[in-house]
Design a binder for this molecule. Structure first.
Ligand SMILES: [Fe+2]
Ligand SMILES: [Fe+2]
Length: 161
């Protein structure tokens, strides 16, 4: 049986992962509209990944005898100034998610909730990868600057994800 505090944190995280999915889907839509098809593809896959994160927490909560309580999902932005502005927001968002996962891990350790700790290990590693992927794209976009040719090349590269 899961404790109330951990149950609340997991429900909150389900909402955060669904919001991430919603945000990235909105970003994908903007990229498509701007005919950045590679960026759109990358963001669309990312949206799917975030949905799978929400479902990992959802399944875990069910398995542990907790109650899944779905809350309203915040409306994401739908316009960005540039691909760089968009990917900077992805990176900042992922850092926020990392802080949430770390706070959950700290609570699991405090409560000696070993099952939650083991489940959260996967997310701690996943966030390392998520931040690295986003920051790498930001760094490339910063180097590209105003070069349209460079943007097309990166867009083409991300289409292969
Ligand atoms: Fe996630
Ligand atoms: Fe993520």
């Amino acid at each position: 049986m899961i404790g109330q505090k951990m149950e609340d944190l997991i429900n909150n995280q389900i909402n955060a992962e669904l919001y991430s999915s919603y945000l990235y889907l909105s970003m994908s839509a903007w990229c498509s509209q701007e005919t950045w098809n590679g960026f759109a593809h990358w963001m669309r896959l990312q949206a799917q990944e975030e949905l799978s994160h929400a479902m990992k927490f959802y399944d875990y909560l069910n398995e542990r005898g907790g109650t899944v309580r779905l809350a309203a999902i915040e409306k994401p932005n739908d316009t960005w100034a540039s691909p760089l502005a968009l990917f900077k927001e992805v990176y900042e968002h992922e850092q926020k998610v990392t802080a949430m996962i770390n706070a959950m891990m700290a609570e699991a350790i405090k409560q000696k909730d070993y099952a939650a700790e083991i489940m959260l290990h996967w997310f701690v590693s996943e966030q390392v990868e998520e931040e690295a992927n986003a920051s790498e794209i930001v760094a490339k976009l910063e180097k590209i600057g105003d070069s349209t040719g460079g943007l097309f090349q990166l867009d083409h590269q991300l289409e292969k994800r």
